[in-house]
Design a protein around this ligand. Sequence first.
Ligand code: 8BR
Length: 491
Amino acid sequence: MDLAEWDQRHRDAFYSVKEALPYLEGVFVAYNSNIDAIKHLNEEDLAKLLELFEAAEIQEKISAYPREIKEPLDFLARLMISMRDGKAAEVPTYTAETHEWLKGHLGFDYARMGGQAGIIANLLVHLGLKKVVAYVPWLSEEQAGYFAPSESLLHPKVEGGKVFLKHPLEAYKPGIDSKVNWILEYSKDLDVSCGGNTFKVPRDNRLIISSRPKWLRLDMDKEIYEQLDSLGHVDGAILSGYQMIKEEYEDGTTYEDYVAKSVRAIEKLKSLNPELRIHVELTSIQNRVIRKAILEEIVAGHVHSLGLDTVEVANALNVLGHEELSYAVIRKGENGIMALYQGAVQLLEDLALERVHVHCLGFYICALAKGHPLTLKEHRDSLLFASSLAATQALEGKIETLDEAEAGLEVPVSEKGLEDLENFKLYCVGRKLCSPDEFEYGYIYGVKHDAVIVPSKVVSKPRATVGIGDAISAGAFVAMLAKMKQKWAGK
Ligand code: 8BR
């Protein structure tokens, strides 16, 4: 595969999608947003935290390996474990006291928009979409301030029993708390000394304390659900945050109630516009019952498109009963990309989807059901557009305008990605999934499905990695929607 050729294809795809984007009338984005409070820990911060507790009690907690932050000591133990191993971790907390304690004893360096729906809504506005309707069931005043200050960004607001669309700053629910996640970053070689134990942090990484307040519900306000047509015309919806659903709630409701409500909301959205496409963005879901319910009950048969990374493909396959394939995806190795491709196809079939988009470092795979209105070239353009967005996001840490996103075009296509695809070519050609020529274009024509496989751009020293996955999935999905609208307009 030719690197220069793929660079040129990225360039052509970017401008072709740029031309198509104005055909989009609107996109709906729900449900999760939060505030990320970021703190980079130095030795002084650590020493201050450690002197608040006895070394022995910290050690005891480390051995107990708390899976939830109930008290400050749980937090300190998980921080020590994460730093000792240099491993990223995300630990939930269900009490607002954790936030207060961290604010009082540590403080943060800066805060930003967090959560897939919040990040995606801002990105789409920055890309110049005419109308982005966000919906966050727990939109607080503080949270509203993290949405892009643009007239194109709207949120439903109930007034006198009627629903209006307003900027989040005029649509928040007064008096509700904010969901704040703490991101505690640390650097390689930081010296840590706790009692008799000393170690050096082996690599840069982070611990996330994700806040799951008791009042958090993945739900749509009754009036908004009933008057969903007040959103006006939308071409597509990007839904995320289902991982917030809990098995049981203190008021006796269960995940089944929230799964049913989620499905009703999706069906209502579809009833507004028969051409509307729905994309669900997955993230890691620890609880297997919830993961299975999301896939089998919310996604299967109700939505069109699914976006996920390698680990999530493995996790999804695992709960759907494909353990062997799931392990092959996780083991990576020589057959990893084959397993990933088979996994994407399996998800497409099991969940009756139109499109499954898997993103990895260096290449993307998109499995497609037969009969999609776009050609494989148009799907390829959508993926390549997403790859350029990802490169800009990694390079700059943000994308403020569509013109700024052109910066990503200067990032080279990943050589490692191309190499991986060369190996995959042998498999595809050997199995007669495609001819060598077709593979060079990134196209696989199957009997029951098609697929597009592209190498992607990778920034060697990324400024940040947050939001890249969201930019890839949302970017490719809206590019696809825009291309469809352009086609239907006869252009
Ligand atoms: P998740 O957060 O969903 O895992 O997605 C992250 C995605 O970001 C990866 O799949 C990869 O494609 C992309 N990515 C990462 Br991580 N680092 C990148 C980099 N330096 N340049 C471009 N893309 C990157």
